[in-house]
Design a protein around this ligand. Structure first.
Ligand SMILES: Cc1cc2nc3c(=O)[nH]c(=O)nc-3n(C[C@H](O)[C@H](O)[C@H](O)COP(=O)(O)OP(=O)(O)OC[C@H]3O[C@@H](n4cnc5c(N)ncnc54)[C@H](O)[C@@H]3O)c2cc1C
Length: 204
């Protein structure tokens, strides 16, 4: 990029030119070199390294029989995160974040997850699921996990990541949130509106 000019080049060689761009990828995508931005200031490089989302691992497990009742079980031992079943539905959702994600991932790998699930939902004990789908957000290189809370000593990083470059490159997404609110969907959208406002101002 240079002031007033952006060229985006994909790995397949597709090229797009623009007068400005909004970067919305999670910062680790930039920190780990999956998206390269020319002349990225050192402060922004450091912010991209600091702003790593927490771990997240989810599974959708379908049983042959529907759940007898609607429940959300929060595993008090931090092993499975939230387990959700809905009366009349055959699917059970496991949504594990932070340390629970690592434990759920390991339990899945070691074929222990269904046994732990029976502790949360006794009606699944001894029942063989019909199917299971896993979404390993922590291992997804394009997402990297869930919720970019700045780590200890890194409260400066979200604002640094949000700083526009030369009135040409703008930055949005949950990682730009900082202390403004929780780094979740609504704050990601608020960051998008902020970046759009900055961009419109720059174009004017
Ligand atoms: C399991 C889970 C549960 C969640 N639950 C909730 C909830 O209940 N409520 C809530 O508010 N929030 C929730 N969140 C958080 C919410 O999903 C995020 O805060 C929000 O999606 C962040 O939006 P974003 O635009 O910043 O980033 P993302 O949604 O991560 O979007 C970034 C996009 O960039 C793409 N990308 C990455 N690299 C490249 C590249 N090089 N080129 C092109 N594209 C690229 C990615 O594929 C992705 O689509 C949850 C997240 C997870 C993982």
């Amino acid at each position: 990029w240079s002031p007033g000019r952006v060229r985006a080049v994909t790995a397949a060689g597709h090229v797009a030119d623009a007068v400005a761009a909004v970067v919305t990828v999670p910062p680790p995508v930039v920190a780990d070199g999956r998206l390269a931005i020319n002349d990225l200031p050192v402060r922004k490089q450091a912010a991209a390294h600091e702003l790593r989302p927490g771990d997240a691992w989810c599974a959708l497990i379908t049983y042959p029989e529907p759940a007898p009742e609607s429940v959300v079980v929060f595993d008090p031992e931090g092993r499975l995160g939230f387990v959700t079943a809905t009366a009349g539905r055959r699917e059970v959702v496991v949504m594990a974040k932070a340390e629970a994600a690592g434990r759920a991932r390991a339990a899945w790998r070691d074929n222990a997850l269904l046994r732990q699930l029976a502790g949360a939902l006794p009606w699944t004990r001894g029942v063989e699921p019909e199917s299971a789908r896993v979404a390993d957000w922590g291992a997804d290189p394009w997402a990297g996990g869930a919720y970019t809370y700045p780590g200890v000593g890194a409260l400066w990083a979200p604002a640094a990541w949000a700083e526009p470059m030369g009135g040409t490159l703008f930055f949005a997404g949950e990682a730009t949130t900082g202390l403004a609110g929780p780094p979740m969907a609504h704050m990601a959208m608020a960051g998008g509106e902020r970046a759009a406002t900055e961009l419109i101002g720059a174009l004017r």
